[in-house]
Design a protein around this ligand. Sequence first.
Ligand code: IPM
Ligand code: MN
Length: 397
Amino acid sequence: MSEYRLTVLPGDGTGREVIVQAMRVIDVFEEHSPLSFDITEIPCGGQYFLETGEEWPEGSFEHCRDNSDAILLGAIGWPGARMPNGDMAGGQVILGLRSGLDLYANIRPVKLYQGVQHKVHGEHTDIWDPDLVDMVLIRENTEGLYHSLLRRSAQAAVGAKDEPLATPEFPGLEGEEVAWDPRPITRNGSERVIRFAFELAKRRQSHLQAPQRVTCVDKSNVLRGCRLFRSVFDEIDEEFDDIETTKAFIDAFTMWLVRDPEDLDVVVLPNMFGDIATDLASVLQGGMGMAASANIGDQHMLFEPVHGSSPKHAGQDKVNPIAAISSVQLMFDNLGARHNDPDALVCADILESAISSHLSEGGDVTYDLGGSASTSEVGQAIAERCGKLLQKHYPSA
Ligand code: IPM
Ligand code: MN
């Protein structure tokens, strides 16, 4: 019997709605498997800020840091919710946790399930090939262009003030109003996320029984930080004989991603390139409603759908809950791997089968996948499938 401390941060807009469905699924696992969770829910985000003047209650960051085996986040961001300094309200939550808990690997799997409408040509894939779209993008999550906002957010989360950097002199721009964002890329920051990518490729190799490839994406023809990133990639590549590697510049990569997705397995990218490429990649899997993510560090982990709070759809029970439910799948999988817990790994597989069979057998889907089901109908249908599969696997639980 494994009990995990789970902190749930529903956040803003449709984040709250999809988290209800994720929790419904977790309930079923609690009922029918050995997994159990000690759950704390914390209100947070831009809407909470507009109501209370705070991004989350005092002590929330410490709770996430000191009393959580896993964190599950809905979405952060709300129109008009800005801090006095112009930063988005709720940044303390999402960026404060990524930075303050050192969640350096943002894992974003991109997989087209059988039965899901393809967003590029708009057809259901008649000739569905499981290898066509099945990759994992790993975004560096603690530095690069996000550096200063990450730092401000992490400092604010512990009640400390960040000293802004003095604006350097930009020769030739004297007298101009300049806004600038530093983009530090460090050896250590690159090394840990790149090593993570190679290790993940090894784990996928044993799972998929196929040779795996790691692709490094950067702009090292132009940028110094990217040159360091790529040279660290080359060094780590030397340590892994059985993993193939390829390299691409981000501009060409965006074309390659859409044109030949079957060439890609594990892809590692600096922070901002990863942010952009993962939204683009989501069209290969049926859109943002399908895109799940895990933010992993050596001590902590946080799971979230990649989509935002979608204010225009909020309150309508309309959006796709599968990205949030798949984030729970990633949570089971990562808890299992980290805590050496075979039941959590089994539950991850069961949840994966529930999602894939729901889609391949023509289960109800939301508008974004061409259906007309509500958020809660899809959540309920997947939860029911989980219940049936669990009762087969754990007849006495
Ligand atoms: C994401 C989001 C966030 C980011 C925002 C909400 C700060 O776009 O998780 O991809 O830019 O990282
Ligand atoms: Mn993004």
